[in-house]
Design a protein around this ligand. Structure first.
Ligand code: GLN
Length: 203
């Protein structure tokens, strides 16, 4: 069985855990999900999710708790990471905000709260590279991605990238854990050719 971790500083931790379980089931894999609130847990994980919340708080706590370096090592080892909303901001290389200590595991520049106050939250049918049908994407004070660097754009909204992939890392400006549709978790963890997870054992 695979071991998954959901970074549990803030945000939709249980929803991410449930989405990982749904995606695993859809790919005939077994997974045990742990909450990562302390250092020493992430190194045992085959895959990691980093939820949204408040990026300044999340990044500070990750560095204080020693989890930041473990996430960086996870990505350096080629293991998959899905970073969503504030998680994407924290994963980026530049959030254009001194209060965010970026992990730099995704070579992108982001703009926090990019979609305007009147459109604080919205749902949009998003065309995502690798998915046959549009994905119902929930945006909540979402960031946009300005400079994609070496990353590949998987989806855009209003002409701005909102989902990217770079090697084992997938980042989304929206919240794939808030809909029953687990295809983004599937893409990030089980259909990511650039990431390594233990192979299914032969019966
Ligand atoms: N606006 C938040 C930030 O900039 C992100 C919003 C979210 O994660 N829903 O940190």
């Amino acid at each position: 069985s695979l071991t998954a971790g959901v970074v549990a500083v803030q945000g939709d931790v249980e929803e991410h855990a449930a989405a990982i379980e749904r995606a695993a089931r859809a790919h005939d894999r077994e997974v045990t999900v742990h909450e990562i609130g302390d250092s020493g847990l992430a190194p045992d994980c085959d895959l990691l999710a980093m939820p949204g919340g408040e990026s300044t708080t999340i990044s500070r706590l990750l560095h204080n708790e020693g989890i930041a370096a473990e996430i960086q090592a996870h990505v350096a080892a080629g293991k998959p990471l899905l970073a969503t909303c504030a998680g994407l901001i924290v994963a980026s290389s530049d959030a254009a905000d001194d209060r965010v200590e970026e992990l730099g595991v995704l070579d992108v520049t982001v703009e926090r709260n990019a979609f305007g106050r009147q459109k604080d939250s919205f749902e949009a049918p998003l065309d995502v590279a690798g998915l046959d049908e549009p994905y119902p994407a929930v945006f909540i004070r979402a960031p946009a991605i300005d400079d994609v660097g070496e990353a590949t754009v998987l989806a855009s909204w209003d002409d701005r990238p909102v989902a990217v992939k770079q090697g084992p890392v997938v980042g989304t400006a929206f919240h794939p854990e808030l809909t029953p549709d687990s295809r983004i978790h599937g893409l990030a963890f089980f259909e990511n050719d650039d990431a390594t997870i233990p192979a299914l054992e032969e019966p």
